[in-house]
Ligand binder design. Sequence first.
Ligand SMILES: *Cc1c(COP(=O)(O)O)cnc(C)c1O
Length: 449
Amino acid sequence: MTATSAPLGGPQLVQERKLVTAIPGPQSQEWLRRKSESVAAGVGITLPVFGVAAGGGVIVDVDGNSLIDLGSGIAVTGVGNSAPRVVEAVQAQAAQFTHTCFMVTPYDSYVEVSEALNEITPGTFPKRSALFNSGAEAVENAIKIARSYTKKSAVVAFDHAYHGRTNLTMGLTAKNMPYKSGFGPFAAEIYRAPLSYPFRDGGLSGAEAAATAISVIEKQVGAENLAAIIIEPIQGEGGFIVPAPGFLPALADWARAHDVVFIADEVQTGFARTGEMFASEHFGIEPDLIVTAKGIAGGLPLSAVTGRQEIMDAPHVSGLGGTYGGNPLACAAALAAIQTYREDNLVHRAREIGAIIVDRFTQIQVADARIGDIRGLGAMIAIEIVKPGTTEPDAALTGAIARYAHERGVVVLTCGTYGNVIRFLPPLAIGDDLLREGLDVVADALAHN
Ligand SMILES: *Cc1c(COP(=O)(O)O)cnc(C)c1O
C-alpha cells in the first residue's frame, strides 16, 4: 500500500498541519471500503485516515495530509513515532533474531527490561518483573499472581475502571458499551467499589471516598476473601479521573493491613505521561504490583507486571509465561524507549505540555461554562463537557467537537463513562507550536458548536 513516495516517519518528518484533501481523502476512502469488506465490523475506527508515516507530533496519511497527533495511538508513542533510538534498536535486533521464546532459550534484553522496570517503578524493596504482550494480558497475570500469593480469589475493581477486553479484564472494566455488551458471561469473584470522582461525588475528601469504598468492600466481599484491589491511579478510558488527595494512600494502607495485594494499573498513566515516571508517585503510593504497557516500547507490543519479590515469586515455576511475552524486538524497543524517557527528560517535558493545555482551557473556561472540569496531570489532560452550569454530561457536543477537529486535521480522542470527555495525550516529542495549533483547532471547535 505505501507508495514509494511515502515519507519516512520519525522526528525528521515535516512538523506541520497540512490538508490537501477532505478528511478522509479519496485514497483513505478506498481503503475504508476495502476495510469494510475484509475487517470484522466490530473493529471500529475513530478517525478514518490511513497512515503512512508518523513522527514528532504529526501523522501523515495516504492522501498526503499531515495531521496533528494529540492522541499518541492512545498514550503509546510517548517517545514519538519511529523514535530514532527505537528504530535503531529494533532494526538491529530484527537482523539478529526475531524470536526464540524466552521460556525455551532466553536472551539478555528480557532480563534488562526487567531490571530497568524494577529500578524505575516506585518502591525500593526487592522486585521482580514478568513480561507479556498487551495491557489486558498483564492485568490478567497480575490477578493470577495476587491469587497465587494470597490463596484468596476475590478481586475489587472500581466504578469507571478500564482494564482491557479479554474475559477477565472485561469483567474488571466498568463500562458496558462498547466493551462488554453481549460478550458475557464474565469471570466470577469480581466486585466493584465506588471511586473518588471530585467533579461528580459532591466533593468528598479522599479519606471520605476511601472510607466509603472500604465499607463496601468489607460489607460485600470481606478482606478474608479478597486477593487484590486493582485501580488506575488516574482513570484513563473512564474519563481521566484524578482521585482526591488521600484516596489512593488510604486504600493502599487498608490493603496492606489486610493481606490484600494492591495493584496499580499504570498501563495508560505510566512512562512519564503524567509528569512523573509513574502516576503512583504523585500520590505517594508504592503499589505491591504495577501493571505497565502502552508507553513502554515506543509502539511495539509489550507489557509487564512488576512488584514485590515475594508476591511475584509466588506462582510455581512455569505458571507464568506465553509464546511471545517479552518478544526480543519489543524488549529492544523498550530499552531504547526507557533510555529516551530518561535521557531526554520527558517527565519534565510532560509537565510543560500539560501546563500549555491546562492554561489554554482555563482561559476558555472563563467564558464557556460548557467546560465543566479541566483535570489531569502532566501530558494526560482532559476537559469534561457539560450543559452549562450543571454536571449533566453533553456527549453530543463532545462528539461534535471531536469531529470538527478531525475534519481539520487534529487527532483528538474522547473518553469517559458518559462519553463527554475530550482527552489530550500528545506525544511527548511534539513541539510547542504544533501543540498550540492543535489546541487552537479544538478551541475553534468549541466556538463553532
Ligand atoms: C489500554 C489499557 C488497558 C488494556 O491494554 P491493551 O494493551 O489494550 O490490552 C488496560 N488498562 C488500562 C488502564 C488501559 O488504559
